[in-house]
Design a protein around this ligand. Structure first.
Ligand SMILES: CC(C)(COP(=O)(O)OP(=O)(O)OC[C@H]1O[C@@H](n2cnc3c(N)ncnc32)[C@H](O)[C@@H]1OP(=O)(O)O)[C@@H](O)C(=O)NCCC(=O)NCCS
Length: 119
């Protein structure tokens, strides 16, 4: 990002922006299990869906994260009705912490446990 805001990524495909990934500190999260943890968010333009770009880019962002903050967990919140997002979360290694109601829909809170360094 031009301002060099760590954890904020623009995803570029052949010179065009196709998506955005944010890793932010969830200071004000409504679920206690997520408060204070790094929180992953992603948003891709519909023409870029269905090609694996989101999975590839999120995996790269999480690799970056593991490098700068080793051993830290990451949380992710998405609607359970968002099938593509739920599938992506599973692919990235997030597992369910809990489901809760918010914003007039069932939400899914997932956690990606820290990668244990191999000895
Ligand atoms: C959530 C979102 C990022 C998922 O995007 P996506 O493109 O489906 O995700 P992936 O990158 O994992 O791509 C998976 C699809 O690409 C397909 N694909 C095609 N070629 C592929 C390849 N070479 N490698 C991997 N996957 C490939 C997969 O088969 C899969 O399709 P399927 O879901 O029909 O099985 C996207 O729908 C989005 O931006 N939605 C709006 C924002 C949003 O909902 N954000 C979450 C709210 S918190």
């Amino acid at each position: 990002m031009p301002e060099r805001w760590p954890g904020s990524f623009v995803v570029d495909l052949d010179g065009a922006m196709i998506g955005q990934i944010l890793l932010r500190r969830a200071t004000g999260h409504r679920r206690p299990a997520a408060v204070g943890k790094a929180d992953l968010g992603y948003l891709f333009l519909p023409p870029a869906w269905g090609s694996g770009y989101a999975a590839e880019a999120c995996a790269a962002a999480l690799d970056w994260f593991d490098g700068v903050l080793p051993g830290e967990p990451v949380v992710l919140t998405t609607q359970t009705a968002n099938v593509g997002s739920m599938r992506l979360a599973a692919k990235l290694g997030f597992t369910e912490v809990e489901r809760f109601q918010a914003w007039d829909a069932e939400q899914w809170l997932g956690l990606r446990s820290p990668v244990t360094p191999s000895v």
